[in-house]
Design a protein around this ligand. Structure first.
Ligand code: AKG
Ligand code: FE2
Length: 210
């Protein structure tokens, strides 16, 4: 949108380029519904850990950072990766998937995530793992390449506020990429930017770190 730019120091906060209506309204309504669901799931997770329902809301998700993606994986010869092994960065990923392809790693075994009507898959992110001392684990997952047709998926990321600070908690966790979410100190935005920079350097206007 002319005249609107990403505020300095706040990557991923720029204006969105929506296609024509009614797409924009549908997407915004979906994002609102997913944000409500994210708040409700976080309240249930707090209660499941013996905390008050507003435990995460009052500290981390009053103004959540949310991101919605629509992925189309084109068909290949079945040997390509859709997405390589990773864990998600924040709290919750609420995922709608059209067909199979997503796998999660349990110990050293990759398991196909079933596709069921009227359900969402919910992945736990690194920061929820950290905030629950590992009671909720951020599970490595990946997407295998499809062969005969496209695969659409709609991940909605519900994460801590961009400016929410995290202090060190004196624990460590080994991860798939060697970056330890338990040892990180800084804001959620700094954590997210560093992770995203490795995959999309052009989004953050910087070159990838080590
Ligand atoms: O497309 C999918 O099913 C999952 C995508 C994913 O893991 C991600 O966007 O973090
Ligand atoms: Fe993911």
């Amino acid at each position: 949108m002319p005249g609107e730019e990403t505020p300095p120091g706040r990557p991923m906060h720029g204006p969105n380029l929506f296609p024509s209506e009614p797409f924009k309204n549908v997407v915004l309504a979906y994002m609102n519904a997913m944000t409500d669901l994210g708040h409700r799931l976080m309240a249930l997770i707090a209660v499941s850990l013996g905390r008050p329902a507003d435990h995460f809301h009052s500290r981390y998700t009053k103004d959540p950072f949310t991101l919605f993606r629509v992925f189309n994986y084109p068909p290949g010869d079945g040997t390509d990766w859709g997405v390589g092994e990773h864990t998600d960065y924040g709290l919750l990923t609420i995922l709608k998937q059209e067909r199979s392809g997503l796998q999660v790693k349990l110990q050293d075994t990759w398991i196909d995530v079933p596709v069921e009507d009227d359900t969402f898959v919910c992945n736990i992110g690194d920061m929820l793992d950290r905030l629950t001392d590992g009671h909720y684990r951020s599970t490595p997952h990946r997407v295998v390449g499809t062969r005969d047709s496209d695969r659409l998926s709609w991940p909605f990321f519900f994460d801590p506020g961009f400016d929410v600070p995290f202090g060190a908690i004196g624990l460590t966790k080994q991860t798939w990429d060697g970056v330890d979410p338990y040892a990180f100190e800084g804001t959620y935005g700094e954590w997210l930017t560093a992770k995203v920079r490795k995959v999309f350097p052009e989004l953050t206007g910087t070159t990838p770190g080590p």
